[in-house]
Ligand binder design. Structure first.
Ligand code: PLP
Ligand code: ZN
Length: 441
């Protein structure tokens, strides 16, 4: 069983590196690198055998295969030694039938994949387990890596800090000051990372982290590093597995740096190559209107691409004006007959609040995805008989500030139609009785 993977230039120039090389760009043409697998070696099991293997491992405690990511180790990162894997048994998040919301918006087969129900509260755990495991392997093999470093809009840093702490590897995180939620800020602090709060935005942090990691003893943990995508691509496999290996018609996903949508596409393409599925879903990318470089490029049929200056948005984890994985995402959208739509602040806040009224607890990024879903249904792009999966990227509890401000009607540019502030009353039976009667007349 000689499964293997390596890094390969995304521009197809043929340049290759080992997954243990410290390289983030092709030295020949400057393209990003992707992980490629020896797919022929993976054909030693039939599609049915892979499905059976993945199902057998799921939800067990068997190290490390009980993890949703490492249960697919052969497809993700076959080389790393099991004793160097750093895992919190991430993945296996629930994909639930959003029955009431789906009924209300006229797409009854609506599902939400809650990737935020994870160790640090976002899908970033899926990729970080792989990256930190490779770093642990490299350190065990004698590579002089002093620390892992990332720039972040809040969730990458939380995941990096947690996994690095579990492995006792130093972590450094660069955060845009005042632009991440309180929960996101305190996570890497609690996990003991060196937290550098910079007076800039994410794109500014990203520029500095690229300079910092020119020093090979400081290893880059941003999604520019393709190891993260190998873990994140398992979300595609999980979704299909949760539908008994059937492929939904649509996946709606909120996007910023464009790593996750590229990973999603990779997962589906590998399943198709190995015969586990025979069709692909369509992918709808959802952007915040205030940070919409992909949307603008889509309007030109991807002929033009211009970075934008990202404006402040409630969807702070996707407040990115110059996405690193633009080229990867365009390839994915082309392969998946994809579309891109955007949501304003009012639309994303209303969508999140409306979903919450049906029992969810949506983060603002999931709000962007839901707002885009509503638009695509209204436009007839998504039809009533289609099965739709919305990727919820983070847990709503990481964005308490957003929820509180919404229900206090304190958000700029948002009309809080679903605001539900508490009714303050004296401790008096009649007052309570009257309040109930007033609401449910
Ligand atoms: C990182 C993140 C995204 C965007 O993912 P990209 O890979 O940057 O496109 C969306 N939502 C949340 C909550 C995130 O943390
Ligand atoms: Zn190249």
């Amino acid at each position: 069983m000689a499964y293997s993977s390596w890094l390969e230039c995304v521009r197809g120039c043929g340049r290759r590196y080992s997954i243990y090389d410290i390289a983030y760009r092709c030295e020949d043409c400057g393209g990003l690198l992707d992980v490629a697998h020896d797919v022929d070696a993976l054909r030693d099991r039939s599609a049915a055998e892979w499905k059976q293997l993945f199902e057998k491992r799921a939800h067990t405690t068997e190290w490390p295969y009980g993890s949703g990511v490492w249960g697919k180790k052969e497809w993700v990162c076959p080389q790393v030694d099991n004793e160097n894997i750093v895992s919190m048994y991430e993945g296996h998040t629930n994909c639930f039938w959003a029955e009431r919301l789906g009924r209300e918006i006229g797409v009854p087969d609506l599902w939400v994949k809650l990737c935020g129900n994870s160790h640090t509260g976002s899908f970033k755990d899926l990729g970080m387990t792989v990256l930190v495991s490779v770093v642990k392997q490299m350190r065990a093999d004698g590579k002089p890596i002093r620390a892992v470093v990332c720039a972040s809009t809040g969730d990458t840093s939380a995941a990096l800090a947690a996994y690095a702490a579990a492995a006792d590897i130093p972590a450094v995180v660069l955060l845009p000051k005042g632009k991440v939620s309180t929960a996101q800020l305190i996570q890497p602090i609690a996990n003991g990372a060196l937290v550098l709060s910079l007076d800039t935005d994410f794109d500014g942090c990203m520029r500095i982290v690229q300079q910092i990691t020119a020093d090979p003893t400081l290893y880059l943990a941003n999604s520019m590093n393709p190891l993260r995508m190998e873990g994140q691509k398992t979300v595609a496999i999980e979704i299909v597995q949760q539908f008994d290996w059937q492929v939904p018609d649509w996946i709606v996903i909120p996007v910023g740096n464009l790593g996750n949508v590229s990973a999603l596409g990779k997962g589906f393409l590998l399943m198709k190559e190995l015969g586990l599925i025979d069709k692909l879903p369509r992918i709808a990318c959802a952007q915040a209107a205030r940070a919409n470089p992909l949307y603008l490029s889509y309007q030109t049929g991807f002929r033009e691409y211009r970075p934008v200056q990202a404006q402040k948005t409630l969807a702070s984890a996707i407040q990115i004006g110059d996405p690193v994985s633009y080229e990867r995402a365009v390839k994915t959208l082309t392969a998946f007959n994809g579309i891109v739509e955007q949501a304003t602040e009012d639309e994303l806040a209303a969508a999140a609040a409306r979903a919450d009224r049906t029992g969810m607890y949506s983060c603002p990024h999931t709000g962007v995805a839901l707002a885009v879903l509503f638009k695509l249904i209204e436009r007839g792009e998504i039809r009533p008989d289609e099965r739709v999966v919305v990727i919820s990227t983070a847990h709503g509890l990481k964005f308490t500030d957003f929820k509180v401000a919404y229900h206090n009607r304190a958000l700029a540019d948002v009309i809080a139609r679903h605001a539900n502030p508490p009714v303050e009353l004296p401790a008096d039976y009649d007052a309570v009785q009257r309040a109930i009667d007033a609401r449910f007349a």
